[in-house]
Ligand binder design. Sequence first.
Ligand code: PEP
Ligand code: MG
Length: 325
Amino acid sequence: EVQRFDTYREQPARTADGQDIKLRANIGLIGDVAIALRNGADGVGLYRTEFPYMAHGDFPDREEQYRLYRRIVEDFDGRPVTIRTLDIGGDKALPYFAPPLEDNPFMGWRSVRVCLDHRDMFRTQIEAILMAGVQGPVRLLFPLISSMEDVRACKEVVGEARRHLRAAGLPFAEKMPLGVMIEVPAAVYLAERLAGEVDFFALGTNDLIQYLLAADRNNPLVAKYFDPLHPAVVGVLGQLAQTARNHRIGLCLCGEMATDPIHMALLLGLGVREFSMAAPFIPRTKAFLSRITLAQAEKIARAALTLGVGRQIREHIRKELAEQD
Ligand code: PEP
Ligand code: MG
């Protein structure tokens, strides 16, 4: 099965009618870098930095984080690397940083909320990222943003990190694109305002679907409620693609849903042109893209936006794709 798509590894990601699509890799541990490069990823759309933090015995210091980030940026040799700040909590704990007992960890003290409460640790990570930006095109991404205060507080810490590095005489990237994860429903509502604050959006559909539909992403009992094709999800994703286009900012979808061709057809039709996924899915996604035109995808999206039931949307897309084969 994997072999079937081997020839696509080095091919460009392009639709049948010639639209270039960016397919980037989601990475966590260092071993993912080789897998991403081998599968022809166009850089990294999501580097989950909590994984190296989790594999560690204690908080890594700035130098250690910098060395790790620099190595990854060098390996990608001029292709962009999007580094997301620490996204712990929810279901991800650090062995040396006991999370408090919470009734609802996914609605609790997680991700950027923890970082903003531990500003020195947060600033240290941002300093390491800014330093790695000297080696290549790094983009800095903040997770779980739910308010304008969040994004402004993050930008304030970036300012502090810059001043700190400058005072220490250390080289760092003066200009680095900043982005926010859109993964909390409030951020969807604030998308127009958020677009005025940042250079790109990263659509974290794993969390966004979970929060929009009140369906735990890890609970098999409610798996059928976790529907990437729920009309509310489809509507929101279309709206976000439109907002990013209007504001001329970047938009990359980095949730698991992008690995399913049924979803990919719809997302293309909604206007998404950049995706980040587990790298082994990249060659087969390129194969799928080479067989679909934007006109077909847009027809699929128009129909999907009129349907009110997720299952009907899925069936409709399946039928349209079967007809084209
Ligand atoms: C997401 O929420 O969709 C996402 C890409 O981030 P994570 O899976 O790390 O929460
Ligand atoms: Mg997330």
